[in-house]
Design a protein around this ligand. Structure first.
Ligand SMILES: NC(=O)c1ccc[n+]([C@@H]2O[C@H](COP(=O)([O-])OP(=O)(O)OC[C@H]3O[C@@H](n4cnc5c(N)ncnc54)[C@H](OP(=O)(O)O)[C@@H]3O)[C@@H](O)[C@H]2O)c1
Length: 338
């Protein structure tokens, strides 16, 4: 392990994760051509550098299969005893409809088979339609499967505070909620973070680097056209910047981040990730990895050593105060999907 001990976070007493997680949406298509063999080989580089935690989903193309291939290779090189060093956090994103036991069991069975594991470390559940409260049936079946040893811990993704509260009141033990959270999208600060803090629920954040827009590459650059944004991720977060305050204000933000980055001899992404890691209830930040195409392991390792001071934060916050309120514009976490 090359990362410091502060890189680790106990999501539960027996599930420790790296606070910077490797995001696998980037292997699902629309983000550059992924070569499976190269991608799996690169997973060793991440792991060996200390980035041992993977965020994936049933619908992220070959991501679950990559976990299986990586685990097989890892066991061959290092022995099966060391497989416990890997954390693979998947998601289940079902089509809306009735949630009967057989359907839930089949979905979990498919992930177990594809990932080549007997038990899922963490299953993050997504639900599209709050008007249909079958999500509570789904969670009941998931809790049963957990009791049967097929899932270690239950988690959610893109649930808003209101429904997270309903779920907590039904006595489901949820360990994390995965939400969009960045310097541009700070909706989790309105209600979500406080609720999570009070209920020992960790936030796993995505979009923190805005698909790569939050970096030196875009500092001082004219506004990119849709055609220039060549990944689904860049396009997704450019929309968020437009809603938040637009490209000119985003340039002010990048300049403030650059100032902080220069003061600490680090990069703009380092400052952007550190700021979010330091927020209440945040357990970890997921950074998308285009495996075999581009990697930023050395740079992202430096996040752990960054300590932002009051001057950095005040300078950044002065820009953020000029932005629109996305909570008012879009709604709580995940509302953009509904
Ligand atoms: N639950 C959900 O609904 C949901 C939604 C979206 C994402 N996610 C999760 O979150 C993960 C993160 O994905 P995201 O789309 O939000 O992207 P992101 O993490 O905001 O951006 C990832 C991109 O940032 C760039 N980058 C990373 N480190 C960098 C550094 N140090 N310097 C410069 N550039 C750097 C890379 O671009 P290049 O590759 O071009 O170098 C990388 O592809 C996904 O893989 C997925 O696991 C979940």
């Amino acid at each position: 392990m090359t990362l410091p001990a502060t890189s680790r976070f106990q999501l539960t007493s027996d599930l420790g994760i790296c606070r910077i997680l490797n995001g696998m949406w980037q292997v699902s298509g629309g983000q550059g051509r992924i070569d499976p063999a190269r991608a799996v080989e690169e997973m060793f580089t991440y792991h060996d550098a200390g980035f041992t935690t993977w965020d994936l989903a049933d619908h992220y193309g070959p991501a679950e299969d990559f976990i299986s291939a990586f685990r097989r290779g890892f066991a061959a090189r290092n022995g099966t005893a060391r497989l416990s060093e890997i954390q693979a956090l998947t998601k289940w994103v079902p089509y809306p409809g009735r949630m009967i036991r057989r359907l839930v069991e089949e979905a979990v069975g498919t992930s177990l088979r594809r990932m080549g594991v007997d038990c899922l470390d963490l299953l993050q559940f997504h639900w599209w339609d709050y008007a249909d409260n079958s999500y509570l049936d789904a969670l009941r079946h998931l809790a049963d499967l957990q009791a049967e040893g097929k899932i270690r811990y239950l988690a959610l993704t893109n649930f808003d505070t209101e429904h997270l509260q309903i779920i907590s009141e039904h006595d489901f033990r949820i360990v994390s909620n995965q939400v969009q959270y960045s310097l541009v999208d700070r909706r989790p600060e309105s209600r979500m973070a406080e609720f999570c803090r009070g209920h020992a629920i960790g936030l796993l954040t995505y979009g923190t680097l805005l698909g790569g827009l939050l970096s030196e590459k875009y500092l001082g650059r004219p506004e990119p056209s849709r055609a220039e944004l060549d990944t689904a991720s860049l396009r997704k977060y450019k929309n968020m910047i437009d809603a938040w305050g637009g490209w000119a204000l985003f340039q002010e933000l990048l300049a403030a981040l650059k100032r902080a980055a220069d003061r600490h001899d680090v990069s703009i992404p380092n400052v952007g990730v550190r700021y979010i890691l330091d927020r209440p209830a945040v357990a970890g930040v997921i950074i998308g990895a285009r495996l075999g195409i581009a990697q930023h392991i050395a740079d992202n390792s430096r996040v752990l050593g960054v300590v932002l001071d009051g001057d950095d934060v005040a300078f950044i916050d002065a820009v953020l105060r000029k932005s629109r309120d996305l909570m008012r514009l879009i709604g709580d976490c995940g509302d953009e999907y509904r």
